[in-house]
Write a protein that binds this ligand. Sequence first.
Ligand code: GLA
Length: 387
Amino acid sequence: MDELLRCHRKEYGEKPEIICAAPGRVNLIGEHTDYNEGFVFPMAIDFYIYAAVSRRKDQHLKFYSMDYQDHKRANLSNLRFKKEDRWANYPKGVVCVFLAHGFPLSGMNFTFRGNIPQAVGLSSSAAIEVVTAFSLQRLFHLSIPAPHLAQLAQEAENSFVGVQCGIMDQFVSCLAREGHGLLLDTRSLEHRQVPLRLGNIKILITNSNVPRGLVDSEYNQRRAECEKCVDILSTKKPGTALRDFTPADLRDSMGLIPESTRKKCLHVVEENQRVRDAELALQKNDFVAFGKLMNRSHESLRDLYEVSCPELDWLVKRAWETEGVYGSRMTGAGFGGCTVTLIEKEAIPVYTARIEPYERIFSFKPESFLCEPASGVRVVYENTAHQ
Ligand code: GLA
């Protein structure tokens, strides 16, 4: 943090007024359910994006990323998505959404730094959106309830960046609590903080390092397929999202819906049930049952929703074969990215040895790291001289 402070000062000749930190996330169960108004159960991880921010007297926005050593600039009166602005489109998008909602802002100087692995499905983009939204709220004394802050950050991703993601990532980055998973009903935004009494169990993330070229187009295609299916199902029974239908409804629609679409929708409908079962398992501290649900979730993402890939399947299988593993699955949108594994501490070296052949088989190296359930966005430094 000292370095971030120093860097902001060097870039802009002034101390930041505030430094905030927003976490990335790993989804434990409930995949591809959020944009179907279903249930998700992610947790924030102890990897963050930090933003140091100070207000300006003019309309300019200046952005500096310590990680990319890259400067970008914009103006409040002329905010547009620009491909060449890459990472800075996220904070620009958030500023643009705030203005569109009528929140009064001035120009600002931003310095960003982070340690969330990028573009591997751990929501570094949601974190930069959330840390920006939270900083604006604090600096301009805006009264915005946390769930709405998450929605504004999601809106930046949907309407400015152009990725039709659901609410899960931004929501958990805003509202997570340390030591807890967050059970979220993405329709009502009702949520519960569920304690993760892990004891000897660790949460191990393995980054497959698969290049993720397909993810956005496949994601939007899945989303469209789910919506098309709802159009058909709702001719027989009232409902506005897959959330409103059951496996029996899908069985009854055989012949009406193309088989590959029907399979995908079955994943969503059954995954919603798995999330609820997972919460019950945790209430009893039954990690065996919780782990089995994670495994079923992976099989379903692989066989029904078809968003896994050979590398993720291989990593998950090696985990399933390891004694001391409770459950393992791909996490996030898929087509590469990471797996998440609940594993006893002592079993980690065995798992690590098991996945050694990965590099020889797939020609890139996986990376594993532990994470802890962390808290959502917060202020980590405030320059009181400015208040
Ligand atoms: C991405 C999206 C989320 C969610 C997951 C899949 O992470 O940003 O909204 O849809 O994929 O569960």
